[in-house]
Design a protein around this ligand. Structure first.
Ligand code: NDP
Length: 448
């Protein structure tokens, strides 16, 4: 889409020129700016006060060397990042990603998205993101520990429970959070809620592990119900087999659906009888094995090399929960051809702009990541609240709060879309609703 608004068109050109080669960041910004066309036309003050120029420029980018020693005694060097994007409505909050594909453009795209997502939760958290090009896959626990300690030695200078509170993301689960927390505490001699996604033994919240996947299903359920449907009796395809995919599978099944496929970065499994989730949890969470091992236990299921083919499986609901740009236009066409009625994003920016356009044109209900996967960060904010009051809430209480938050996000995104004459367009609705709170806070705080 081309911008009709000249100011936005020129701003987009400037962003591309100032951030060369960062295509994921350009993609994320373009989508938001496109949604904001009717907003800036109605509210010229956002342009006059430079709110958009300020919003697309991170408040701070920290980039550092992470040296560590592997089990053979060889010195290795990775790169660490923390992008503190926007603190207008609260301290920076967002996960850490450890994956070889990580570079500044990926962290900036994720940090930028996080601003709007965090705003949508209704909780007082700003946007940030971090990570490293370190690959935990195939490393021993000791190597992961040494890496995390080195990473935190630098990161600890820039974070704090009132400044910036990182969490997990791809490649950063409870093992990594444990090592990072231990090192932070050792350096600062302070036991504080500086990270979320902690284990229950040392300040974690019940339901945080489940939150993103559960929240995705609560959001999708609200969207389906608003259109006279539900998960009951539906066939669901979910990509990925990490934290988000596993707990989305669990909740979708609880809500009456049958999940028939999961994947990892090598390939996907199709089990028409419904995925055996206990087995997947054992393979992925305990043994850290590949998803193809599933067919050793269930020989009637199929394993296919390559991840993209997963979208050719006939389903009613598709939940991409692996990584960015994993669902392209060709995949969207297959989903529509096979009668899919809803797509909701568990991963961050998993659908390409062309795929989103195709799905929306073909009346597939579409739940964008910023809204649909906000349950993880929302529950992280609930973990922060529990840490502040030195207390812990029951699973049921946190889960109920999560469900309420996700239903509110759905209704706010839906209402914003309607208010700006884009009824049913939750991409625009989520971007607008997320933007307004942050933009108004920025206006009130002056040019900072
Ligand atoms: P995990 O590391 O637990 O799992 C990631 C899954 O995605 C794995 O199955 C992994 O396969 C697969 N994957 C990763 N990279 C690729 C790739 N390049 N191509 C194909 N598959 C890939 O991460 P999470 O489940 O935590 O995160 C998944 C997505 O959800 C990410 O986009 C993340 O940003 C987003 N998200 C996560 C939240 C959370 O609370 N955890 C909150 C909000 C969003 P393999 O094992 O082979 O690498």
């Amino acid at each position: 889409m081309n911008f009709k608004n000249k100011y936005l068109a020129e701003l987009m050109e400037r962003i591309i020129a100032r951030n060369p080669g960062e295509k994921e960041f350009h993609q994320a910004v373009r989508e938001v700016l496109e949604s904001l066309e009717p907003v800036v036309e109605k509210h010229p003050e956002y342009i006059e006060q430079g709110v958009l120029e300020r919003l697309v420029e991170p408040e701070r980018i920290i980039k550092f060397r992470v040296p560590w020693i592997d089990d053979n005694g060889t010195v290795r060097v990775n790169r660490g990042f923390r992008v503190q994007f926007n603190s207008a409505i609260g301290p920076y909050k967002g996960g850490l990603r450890f994956h070889p594909s990580v570079y500044e453009g990926i962290i900036k795209f994720l940090g930028f998205e996080q601003i709007f997502k965090n705003s949508l939760t209704g909780l007082p958290i700003g946007g940030g993101k971090g990570g490293s090009d370190f690959d935990p896959k195939g490393k021993s626990d000791r190597e992961v520990m040494r890496f995390c300690q080195s990473f935190m030695t630098e990161l600890s200078k820039h974070i704090g429970s009132y400044t910036d509170i990182p969490a997990g993301d791809i490649g950063v689960g409870s093992r990594e959070i444990g090592y990072l927390f231990g090192q932070y505490k050792r350096i600062n001699n302070r036991f504080s809620g500086v990270l979320t996604g902690k284990s229950l033994e040392y300040g974690g919240s019940l339901a945080r592990t489940e939150a993103t996947g559960y929240g995705l299903c609560y959001f999708t359920d609200a969207m389906l119900r608003d259109h006279g449907s539900s998960f009951e009796g539906k066939t669901v395809v979910i990509s990925g087999s990490g934290n988000v995919a596993i707990y989305a599978t669990q909740k979708a099944t609880e809500l009456g659906a049958k999940v028939v496929a999961l994947s990892d970065s090598n390939g996907y499994i199709y089990d028409k009888l419904g995925i055996d989730l206990d087995l997947v949890k054992k393979l992925k969470e305990v043994e850290r094995k590949r998803i193809k091992e599933y067919i050793n236990v269930h020989p009637d299921a199929e394993y296919h090399e390559g991840c993209k083919g997963i979208w050719s499986i006939k389903c009613d609901i598709a939940l991409p929960c692996a990584t960015q740009n994993e669902l392209d236009e060709e995949s969207a066409k297959l989903l529509v051809e096979n009668g899919c009625i809803a797509v909701a994003e568990g991963a961050n920016m998993p659908s390409t702009p062309e795929a989103i356009e195709y799905l929306q044109k073909n009346n597939v209900l579409f739940g964008p990541a910023k809204a649909a996967n906000a349950g993880g960060v929302a529950t992280s904010a609930l973990e922060m609240s529990q840490n502040s009051i030195r207390g812990s809430w029951t699973f049921e209480k946190v889960d109920k709060m999560l469900k309420d938050i996700m239903e509110n996000i759905y209704s706010n995104a839906s209402a914003a879309a309607e208010e700006y004459n884009m009824k049913g367009n939750l991409v625009a609705g989520a971007n607008i609703a997320g933007f307004l709170k942050v933009a108004n806070a920025m206006l009130e705080q002056g040019v900072v």
